[in-house]
Design a protein around this ligand. Structure first.
Ligand SMILES: [Ca+2]
Ligand SMILES: [Ca+2]
Length: 297
């Protein structure tokens, strides 16, 4: 997994909450190999949090931690392991900017001041988190799905950025297609996460992240709630890593990109497999139904 929880590729919190986080399981970034910038993926955004790590009531960190996708004008789809278990008072934002890391690098002040500056400049929009009440569920269905929603906010991402919300799959769409068609289709993962592990004196590091990238991946297997996607470099694939959690895995069907699944976990160094949560399943659709108009069967 690539997150602090048992199966996630969450980056910022993994680092913030302790060394165990990176081995735990959430995904956060796109790998270095076979990847490219994705300025055209305007619906794909960074999950940004402002939080207090020292329990003194003063926020001390503003950072991108996960990825996600706008699925209508005011709802951003991500993973429950990205919305779960933050300190009281944590504030949540989405940025649909291409290079979020550069915004942080060039904005001065305390984390509170940075957030205020970036909000005023239209580089962040603040929202409210919701997650599947059944998370963390079971191995067969983790219920690892959540949103940052803006329906109760006066400013939504649609007020700030031009984007076309992602197309969700119809109920059971991946089952209906079957493995042969899914293997023949083109798959793309996108996100703001880090790169695959780099070995250095003192251990592994995961450089990069904070920039919207995409990479081709290859269909491997489908089961009840998961799509497994190959990220092996020699086959021309790229892949997801820490901070890509919650981000989109698109499949091209009849010339249209469909948001088939969200990045959740994978192998620890991020070289082999992306494990993504299906969005055509009954449980994913049940969670999403209050937030978006779902396509039918
Ligand atoms: Ca503090
Ligand atoms: Ca909505």
């Amino acid at each position: 997994m690539r997150t602090p929880r048992p199966a996630a590729l969450l980056l910022g919190t993994a680092v913030a909450l302790g060394a165990t986080a990176l081995t735990a399981g959430q995904a956060s970034a796109i790998n270095s190999y076979n990847a490219s910038p994705a300025p055209e993926r305007t619906e794909t955004g960074a999950f940004v949090a402002l939080w207090d790590r020292t329990d003194d009531g003063v926020a001390d960190r503003l950072d991108w931690v996960c990825s996600g996708t706008m699925i209508d004008a005011d709802t951003y789809l991500t993973a429950a392991h990205c919305t779960d278990d933050w300190p009281a008072g944590t504030r949540f934002f989405v940025s649909l900017e291409q290079d979020v890391q550069a915004l942080f690098d060039t904005t001065s002040g305390t984390p509170d001041e940075q957030a205020a500056t970036l909000l005023a400049a239209g580089k962040l929009v603040e929202g409210d988190t919701f997650q599947d009440a059944a998370y963390p569920g079971t191995a067969s269905d983790s219920h690892d799905i959540g949103v940052i929603d803006f329906a109760a906010r006066s400013v939504t991402p649609a007020d700030v950025w031009d984007f076309v919300p992602a197309t969700l799959p119809a109920a059971g769409a991946l089952d209906a297609l079957g493995s042969r068609a899914l293997d023949a289709a083109e798959w793309t993962v996108a996100g703001y996460g880090t790169q695959e592990a780099v070995r250095q004196p003192g251990g592994q590091t995961h450089p990069g992240g904070g920039v919207r990238l995409k990479a081709p991946v290859d269909f491997d297997a489908l089961n009840k709630t998961w799509v497994r996607l190959a990220m092996t470099a020699p086959q021309g694939n790229g892949g997801a890593c820490y901070g890509d959690s919650g981000g989109p895995n698109f499949v091209e069907l009849d010339g249209e990109l469909v948001l088939a699944a969200t990045t959740i976990t994978g192998d620890t160094p991020c070289y082999a497999t992306n494990v993504a949560y299906r969005l055509d399943s009954p449980s994913a659709r049940a969670f999403l139904e209050p937030f978006v108009t779902l396509p039918g069967r």
